[in-house]
Design a protein around this ligand. Structure first.
Ligand code: ATP
Length: 354
């Protein structure tokens, strides 16, 4: 299996180094037959090659089985014409990564804001209200006059159907519960189309229980009783906001894992950004990136029907969480005392320890 590793910008190289070492250790332990291809993209190649996304890297990404992508400091990128291609957006649009899967979980020993939670938000990633992803030409946000701003929300039957399928498939591998989050009481057509597809898809999954919750109620329920939810499926913007809320409740951005998946490709990328304020100090928390990679392995296992990968993904997630129990193997954002690289060393030792 070919995994392309792109460290990205800011804290990316530090946290992706931990992932790289962990993958090598897992390969040894589970005989995964991994081929790790390390390439550069982002500010490094902007300087050396004049583009944040070199053609050679793009070509390698197209044939890789999976990609581990560090954060991109897109705010520091020049225009696309000057070589500043938004790497995350490139992957999302080129590979049609319609499912953004974001888990949030309370872990033993990690200070969170709620007593119990173990849920996954399945966020539609290619439609909705974000101006960069709902038009073929032009953007979905515009100002006819200086005093009038309009934003277009896009929902298609196929877009809603496929994200619903992703959620129900996930639910079948967990506790068989799906919560569909919407605003159909106001956005009758936009959210209505989404709910209609959730209902249509649910017919194929009779074992799965479906609930529907209005997004504003969901924001409150996530704080009040997050333990009641398992797989939560929703449209783009609602999922973006609710997943950040859930991540914060679970202990913060350093733990916020995410997988971007389409039918043919999947990219492990932490939900957080490049954190320039702490880059180069060896203090960033690599856990979000590691858990994203565990999700990628699990995804590859399910896709290729290879249990070894699913086992390796679960093993990586469990070993990571086990380290978080001790202050000595937590980074400072979680009140711990270890550095990024020390966490990596402890993780590798724990993976190889029989
Ligand atoms: P970008 O411009 O790339 O989005 P940002 O700093 O605006 O970067 P984030 O990178 O998401 O946004 O960071 C928000 C805050 O969370 C920062 O203070 C950052 O240091 C912190 N943070 C983000 N990721 C981590 C991490 N993995 N470990 C520790 N702190 C983190």
């Amino acid at each position: 299996m070919n995994i392309l590793i792109l460290p990205g910008d800011g804290i990316g190289p530090e946290i992706v180094a931990v992932v790289d070492a962990a993958l090598q250790a897992l390969d040894r332990r589970f005989s995964l037959g991994l081929k790790l291809d390390r390439q550069d993209a982002g500010l490094v190649t902007l300087k050396s090659l004049g583009t944040t996304m070199p053609d050679e890297v793009a070509a390698k990404a197209r044939v890789a089985d999976g990609v581990v992508l560090g954060p991109a400091a897109t705010e520091d990128y020049p225009s696309a014409a000057e070589g500043g291609i938004n790497i995350s957006a490139w992957f999302r649009s080129q590979f049609d990564l319609y499912a953004n899967i974001r888990p949030s979980k309370i872990r033993p020993g990690v200070p969170g804001h709620v007593p119990a939670m173990d849920l996954i938000i399945v966020r539609e990633n290619t439609e909705g209200f974000y101006a960069d992803r709902n038009m073929a030409v032009g953007t979905g946000e515009f100002m006819p006059t200086p005093d009038l701003a309009l934003a277009v929300g896009k929902a298609t039957t196929e877009g809603c159907r496929r994200i619903a399928v992703a959620a129900f498939e996930l639910a079948m591998r967990r506790t068989k519960r799906v919560t569909a989050v919407h605003k159909a009481n106001v956005l009758r057509h936009y959210s209505g189309l989404f709910l209609k597809q959730v209902d249509a898809v649910s017919v194929d999954y009779p074992e799965v229980t479906v609930d529907k919750v209005i997004v504003d109620a969901m924001a409150a329920l996530l704080v009040r009783s997050p333990e009641k939810f398992d797989v939560v499926v929703t449209t783009n913007m609602f999922g973006d906001i609710l997943s950040d809320e859930a991540a914060e409740l679970a202990g913060g951005l350093g733990l916020a894992a995410s997988l971007n998946a389409g039918n043919d490709h999947a990219i492990a990328q932490a939900a957080h950004g490049s954190a320039p304020d702490i880059a180069g100090q060896n203090i960033a928390n690599p856990v979000a990136m590691v858990h994203s990679t565990a999700m990628l392995l699990d995804h590859l296992g399910a896709k290729h029907g290879d249990d070894k990968f699913a086992q390796a993904g679960q093993f990586l997630a469990e070993k990571t969480d086990a380290l978080l129990v001790s202050v000595a193997t937590r980074t400072s954002d979680l009140g711990g005392t270890c550095t990024t690289s020390e966490f990596g060393d402890a993780l590798v030792a724990s993976i190889l320890d029989s």
